[in-house]
Ligand binder design. Structure first.
Ligand SMILES: CC(C)(COP(=O)(O)OP(=O)(O)OC[C@H]1O[C@@H](n2cnc3c(N)ncnc32)[C@H](O)[C@@H]1OP(=O)(O)O)[C@@H](O)C(=O)NCCC(=O)NCCS
Length: 147
């Protein structure tokens, strides 16, 4: 039987597990982001739970009437199982319930995997931000109209 994946709001006990997934997923780690969002916008962190284990997360917040996605990652051992899609779908549903009309995000120009995920959900490239990342890589700005 396929394992059940539950998408739910972050709780402080999940912190260690999402920081671990972040470290495994990104060159630059910023665990303080989770705490800052949790304190100021507690709806803005969702986690994916499978057999009592956290296997992914998404972080977003409201900014100028848009939902800004700040981070999404799935544990490397659990990728390509649809978990990233479930997290993104749920985050967009939350934004919709809050009456937000757009979702925006930045993604590394080289990160074609993430770009593919976003395009599948209707995000389009609307701009570029030169040298956005600390290592000098450019970011693509992607946006989706929420209907
Ligand atoms: C991006 C990420 C969150 C996707 O999570 P995931 O659970 O593997 O994604 P899903 O299984 O839901 O895949 C959704 C779509 O993404 C794309 N995709 C995911 N993994 C891919 C891969 N290895 N190669 C090509 N396309 C891929 C596909 O379009 C896929 O749809 P499909 O399965 O119908 O082809 C995950 O790869 C990850 O954590 N990457 C490292 C962190 C990161 O780059 N985050 C984005 C920062 S902007």
């Amino acid at each position: 039987m396929a394992p059940t994946i539950k998408i739910r709001r972050f709780q402080s006990l999940d912190f260690g597990q999402i920081v671990e997934i972040e470290k495994l997923s990104f060159r630059e780690s910023n665990p303080v982001l989770f705490l800052r969002i949790y304190e100021n916008y507690p709806d803005g962190i969702l986690v994916a739970e499978m057999n009592a284990l956290i296997v992914g997360y998404i972080v977003f917040m409201e900014m100028g009437g848009a939902g800004r996605i700040l981070s999404i990652a799935v544990h490397p051992s659990y990728r390509r199982m649809g978990i990233g899609s479930l997290l993104l779908k749920k985050a967009i549903e939350v934004m919709m319930r809050k009456g937000l009309k757009h979702a925006i995000l930045e993604v590394r120009k080289s990160n074609s995997v993430a770009q593919r995920l976003y395009k599948k959900f209707g995000f389009e490239i609307v701009g570029e931000i030169p040298k956005y990342y600390k290592d000098g890589e450019d970011a693509l700005l992607m946006e989706k109209v929420i209907v």
